[in-house]
Design a protein around this ligand. Structure first.
Ligand SMILES: C[S@@+](CC[C@H](N)C(=O)[O-])C[C@H]1O[C@@H](n2cnc3c(N)ncnc32)[C@H](O)[C@@H]1O
Length: 391
């Protein structure tokens, strides 16, 4: 894996998160990050007129910390950067890469996707998120804090800069245009127009499950925010019957759809809803609060990378509809880590039940890890698999 990043005088060692990625051709930055930094770093010295006050810099969607590290290495204490991420993994990557490059966290403040943005940032670096709902949400939030002096530096892969994307910038920020393609990426120039009349957004989105009146609450970046995922639909028909008082972990809970159903079936269970997306955790919490407020006290909502924070031998069940990509990369390594963590946190006799796309190699993985795996149900696209922790 290529780990040495060089841009002008900035030299960094950068890793993706989680460490030990199975695909060694992946690296922790791309050409769009380089383009952003080529435009942004020269602005640091131009804009900074008053060394006593750190320059407020806002960074959005830094996947593994290349933007944070390059800013920190170049600005040497003259900026205060606010880094907004929806992903626990992205935050862990940032912290890891700052530390391994001996860069202090003094000038770095991590914000989640639902935190308020700092007022009047002088400089904004933005890596485009893949999800356009989340882009609209971020642009609407930005438009409330930008000043006419704010400079925006934005880039993405050329194929991701569509007419719709540019239209969102025009609607929320102001006049916008994209550069020609440079190393398969384009740079977006946009100028804040304080007089623009901006559209109202209706996040979080709410929709109901087909045949009952339960409402799912969906923040802008949550998985399946507009309708029920087809894997989740099959899982809802095949959820376990859990004993009274069982501790159940909903791993990768998304908007909380599986937990909501489980709680309906077994109102005495103790639920732990875990996701690495802050918007997912907030959505799941709102889903339970709005539909079953009387049971919120027996639910915990945790932002975590798999089950890192969960004690060993502590759960009766783990249910999971695992992710098949990390950001833009299709991968099974997160699912693999989820299964390993599930085995660790299950009590002896505890069970992991998952829904999986038929073509994925999860049955073999679970057989290897748990010593056995049973297929409980199947349809043309999905299977329901279960393993018991024997010791
Ligand atoms: C396929 S979705 C399932 C969502 C929901 N349970 C459902 O069935 O609709 C997988 C979820 O796993 C979450 N996820 C991805 N990587 C994770 C990680 N390392 N730790 C915890 N959750 C993760 C994603 O944010 C996403 O919400």
């Amino acid at each position: 894996m290529k780990t040495q990043f060089t841009l002008g005088a900035v030299q960094l060692t950068l890793h993706r998160w989680p460490l030990n990625q199975p695909n060694h051709s992946l690296q922790a930055w791309d050409a769009a990050d380089e383009l952003i930094l080529e435009h942004a770093l020269p602005l640091l010295s131009l804009q900074h007129t008053e060394p006593a006050t750190p320059l407020p810099v806002l960074v959005l969607n830094d996947a593994f910390g290349v933007l944070a590290c390059a800013l920190s290495a170049s600005a040497q204490g003259t900026i205060l950067q606010y880094s907004v991420q929806d992903s626990v993994l992205a935050q862990l990557a940032c912290r890891h890469n700052l530390a391994q490059n001996h860069l202090s966290e003094r000038d770095y403040k991590a914000l989640t996707s639902l935190d308020a943005l700092p007022d009047a940032p002088q400089l904004v670096l933005m890596k485009l998120p893949a999800n356009h709902s989340y882009l609209a949400f971020q642009l609407a939030a930005l438009s409330k804090v930008l000043s006419v002096n704010s400079k925006l530096v934005i880039a993405a892969k050329a194929k991701d800069i569509t007419r719709n994307v540019l239209a969102l910038f025009e609607q929320f920020i102001g006049p916008t245009e994209a550069s020609l393609t440079i190393k398969k990426c384009r740079y977006i120039s946009t100028t804040f127009d304080a007089t623009l009349v901006r559209p109202e957004l209706n996040f979080p989105l709410r929709w109901s499950l087909d045949d009952d009146n339960k409402t799912l609450v969906n923040h802008a970046n949550v998985f399946a925010r507009e309708k029920l995922d087809i894997g989740a639909r099959f899982f809802l028909q095949n959820l376990p019957t859990v004993a009274s008082g069982s501790t159940v972990i909903d791993l990768g809970c998304g908007n909380g759809v599986l937990s909501l159903q489980l709680l309906t079936q077994q109102p005495t269970c103790q639920l732990i809803l875990v996701d690495e997306s802050y918007m997912a955790v907030a959505s799941a919490k709102a889903t339970i609060e709005e539909n079953m407020p009387q049971y919120v006290a027996q639910c915990r909502f945790i932002a975590d990378d798999c089950l890192t924070q969960q004690s060993s031998d502590s759960a009766d069940w783990v249910i999971c509809n695992p992710p098949f990509h990390q950001q833009a990369t299709v991968t099974t390594h997160i699912a693999t880590q989820m299964f390993k963590d599930a085995k660790r946190v299950l009590k002896t006799g505890g069970r992991l039940r998952i829904v999986a796309n038929r073509h994925l190699p999860y049955r073999l993985q679970l057989e290897k890890l748990f010593g056995h795996c049973q297929q409980l149900a199947a349809n043309p696209k999905f299977v329901i698999l279960e393993s018991i922790k024997r010791s």
